[in-house]
Ligand binder design. Structure first.
Ligand code: DNO
Length: 358
């Protein structure tokens, strides 16, 4: 297991590489070229400059999150081939810089979705919150406006302005795309890019849909065990794998996270683990919490134990944290609570390792 930390780059993050370097056990960052428009090739010189900056700070850059997939690919439009060619070039360039894993998602229009970016918990900390009722009572455009005003000046991952400008037009196009069609379009994408991944030794790791159910009537397919299985079989290669995000999948209590880690991990298809805890209040109603098992609905010990038992050698990062100690940062991505999370995860790993050796 290699512990890594998400960092949005020196122009779009409140946290510095020097701070990340001081978190015990941190080996590297997970980053991206946030400013390259979706669908365009990531230039090699820009990637190399990012790598250098990270390496100089004593950290590695082996995981990218995300190289976003152009909407035309998800919709299966004729222009998709051009965007797929660009994606292949980006994979080759990332490989030249020593990148091993690319995290991406195949969620139509929206990436992760919440109804409140700063819900206050009893201890005075703030967290991301989701209430299906509130989502049903809003329309996508007003939600996006709210997000942009509530994001404290940072661009939110997956909510980049250029993707949102055309919101209404794209929502219309999805009227013809159901889950089956989306699976077909994902297959077409993977069939084209996985041979390049094999040649250049870069593993693809799809991120589950967050939350793992349909929103605003749009199809969502990376949601549960059955669909994850279908996904990894679309192209049967170890390079076609998963980012197993405990918080995304875990808000559906039917998803047994330790079991999913063992099942897909033993198949060699889990390349990246996002670990966070969530508290389910009722179906379709949850909020995020600290990483500690007793604070939420997930057993984080069992999650780490599952990773340990499968001999996991991939990357793990603490995922969303609470906003604590007066920190001002991108929602979910402050320094303090994610650093506490990483330390907790490392502590569990050490304990499991030492007890297992006896
Ligand atoms: C949110 C993240 C997602 C994730 C993408 C991967 O905090 O988990 O935005 O990075 O879905 O493509």
């Amino acid at each position: 297991m290699k512990m890594v930390f998400r960092w949005f780059g020196s122009n779009d993050d409140s946290i510095t590489l020097e701070q990340i370097r001081q978190i015990p056990g941190m080996t590297g960052v997970v980053s991206a070229l946030q400013d390259i428009p979706v669908g365009e090739v990531w230039p090699l010189d820009r990637i190399m400059a990012l790598k250098k900056e990270v390496n100089v700070a004593g950290l590695e850059l082996e995981v990218i999150e995300s190289v976003n997939v152009h909407e035309d690919i998800k919709l299966g439009l004729p222009e998709r081939d051009r965007y797929i060619e660009n994606y292949k070039e980006t994979i080759k360039n990332l490989s030249k810089a020593g990148v091993k894993v690319i995290c991406y998602n195949f969620m139509p229009v929206f990436d992760w979705l919440r109804s409140d970016l700063a819900y206050e918990l009893e201890d005075g900390s703030n967290v991301l919150y989701y209430n299906e009722e509130a989502i049903k009572g809003t329309d996508p455009v007003s939600l996006v406006e709210e997000y942009q005003s509530g994001s404290k000046g940072f661009s939110l991952p997956g909510w980049e302005p250029e993707r949102l400008a055309e919101l209404k037009r794209i929502m219309e196009l999805y009227k013809d795309v159901d889950e089956e069609k989306l699976f077909e379009n994902l297959k077409y994408f993977l069939e084209n890019i996985i041979p390049v991944c094999e040649e250049y030794d870069v593993k693809m790791a799809i991120h589950p849909d967050d939350p793992p159910w349909s929103i605003f009537g749009l199809p969502r397919i990376i949601t549960n065990k059955e669909n994850l299985e279908r996904m990894v079989k679309l192209v049967d290669s170890p390079y076609n794998g998963l980012t197993l995000c405990t918080g995304s999948l875990g808000v559906n209590p039917d998803n047994d996270i330790p079991e999913l880690i063992r099942y897909f991990g033993k198949m060699g298809r889990v390349h990246f683990g996002h670990i966070r805890n969530i508290k389910i209040i009722s179906p379709g109603h949850f909020h995020e919490v600290s990483h500690l098992s007793s604070d939420g609905s997930l057993d984080v010990f069992e999650i780490m134990k599952a990773y340990y038992d499968i001999g996991f050698e991939g990357y793990i990062r603490p995922d969303h944290g609470r906003m604590i100690w007066g920190e001002e940062a991108r929602p979910g991505y402050g320094l303090y609570d994610r650093a506490l999370g990483a330390t907790y995860l490392n502590g569990l790993w050490e304990a499991i390792n030492k007890i297992s050796a006896k």
